[in-house]
Write a protein that binds this ligand. Structure first.
Ligand code: TYD
Length: 137
C-alpha cells in the first residue's frame, strides 16, 4: 500500500528557447506509468475544493499548466500539502492516496494524466470509508 513517501514531485524536461519554453511528458520515461487518459480542470471558481477522493488502482500525474493550486495528500496516517505553480514539474500520486485540490488561482489550468480508463468503481469518495479501507490493509 502506498504512503506519502511514494508521492513524488517530478521535474520535466524543459527546452528553454528565446521563442518560448517547451516541456515534455513521455510515458514511463518521465512518469512512472503509461498514460491512458488525460483531463484538465479549468475555470474553477475561487474558494472551491476539487478531487476529494482516492483511487483503488488509478495513478495520476498532475501539472499546473497555468496558474497555481494546492494538492492536499493523505495516506490515512499522515497529511501534507504540495503547491503546484510551474509547468515544468508535476506531482505523481500513486493509488491509495486521498487527495484534494484547492486554492486555485485565477486562470489556473490543471492537467491530469491517468494510468487507467475512467471507472466509477475505482473511486473512494467518502473520507471515513477511505480511513477504514486503509486501516484494513
Ligand atoms: P472527478 O474525478 O470527481 O473530478 P475532480 O477530481 O477534479 O473533482 O470528476 C468529476 C466528474 O467528471 C465526475 O462526474 C466524473 C466525470 N469524469 C468522467 O466522466 N471522466 C473522467 O475521465 C473524469 C476524470 C471525470
Amino acid at each position: 500500500m502506498n504512503t506519502l513517501e511514494n508521492v513524488k514531485l517530478i521535474n520535466l524536461p524543459k527546452i528553454a528557447d528565446d521563442r518560448g519554453n517547451l516541456s515534455i511528458i513521455e510515458s514511463v520515461k518521465n512518469i512512472p506509468f503509461t498514460m491512458k487518459r488525460v483531463h484538465w480542470i479549468y475555470d474553477v471558481p475561487g474558494g472551491i475544493d476539487r478531487g476529494g477522493h482516492a483511487f483503488v488502482e488509478n495513478e495520476e500525474f498532475i501539472v499546473a499548466l497555468s496558474g497555481s493550486f494546492d494538492v492536499l495528500l493523505d495516506d490515512g496516517k499522515e497529511k501534507k500539502v504540495i503547491s503546484l505553480k510551474r509547468s515544468y514539474y508535476g506531482l505523481y500520486i500513486p493509488n491509495g492516496i486521498w487527495r484534494v485540490m484547492n486554492d486555485f488561482s485565477t486562470n489556473a489550468l490543471a492537467l491530469v494524466l491517468s494510468s487507467n480508463d475512467y471507472s466509477d468503481d475505482d473511486y473512494i469518495l467518502d473520507y471515513e470509508e477511505f480511513k477504514k479501507w486503509r486501516a484494513a490493509r
